[in-house]
Ligand binder design. Structure first.
Ligand code: FES
Length: 173
């Protein structure tokens, strides 16, 4: 593994254990998960043991030690979203993607996660794809969203454009 990007991240914050959380967040943003080699390298530079950095990485549920898909689809199953139809969105995405929550498609395009309240209960059911929220989700919208994301996965700049168009559709619904 090339550690140039990891070193750039550490240099940006400073090679100090106090910055370890911010460093891990940026490493995950860079790779979409926390590669083992990157953690070991970062631990050395931050003056931490491998055990210490693993404890930090496993303490927060937002960190993943497993590779994730290009599009991480989080479906809220908090109380409000559950009542508003969240489970039907999960069922739709399971069917469309052929995976269960916690899994990633074999082609590496999609990961599916069921999460608790995302703090936007009035907009439920809520789905977040990477960092982009999608409000008032329905099974039909979820199907169309997956179709667009899947089709766009070939393009290098697809994420922003496709998600933006999906948000537009949500807003106009
Ligand atoms: S329950 Fe889904 S955003 Fe709060």
């Amino acid at each position: 593994m090339n550690f140039d990007r990891v070193d750039e991240i550490i240099d940006r914050y400073g090679a100090d254990q106090a910055n370890s959380l911010a460093v891990l967040q940026d490493i995950q943003r860079e790779y979409n998960y926390l590669p083992r080699e990157a953690l070991v390298h970062a631990a050395g530079r931050l003056g931490m043991t491998t055990g210490e950095i693993y404890r930090l990485a496993t303490f927060f549920s937002s960190f993943s030690l497993q590779p994730k898909g290009r599009f991480v689809c989080k479906v809220c199953l908090g109380t409000a979203c559950h009542v508003l139809g969240g489970p039907r969105i999960v069922e739709t995405l399971e069917r469309e993607l052929g995976i269960k929550p916690g899994e990633t498609t074999a082609d590496g395009k999609f990961s599916l996660e069921a999460v608790r309240c995302l703090g936007a209960c009035a907009l439920g059911p809520v789905v977040v794809v990477n960092e982009e929220p999608h409000a008032y989700m329905t099974p039909d919208k979820a199907t169309r969203l997956i179709q667009r994301l899947s089709a766009s996965a070939e393009g290098s700049d697809a994420t922003g454009a496709v998600v933006a168009s999906a948000v537009d559709e949500t807003a106009s619904a």
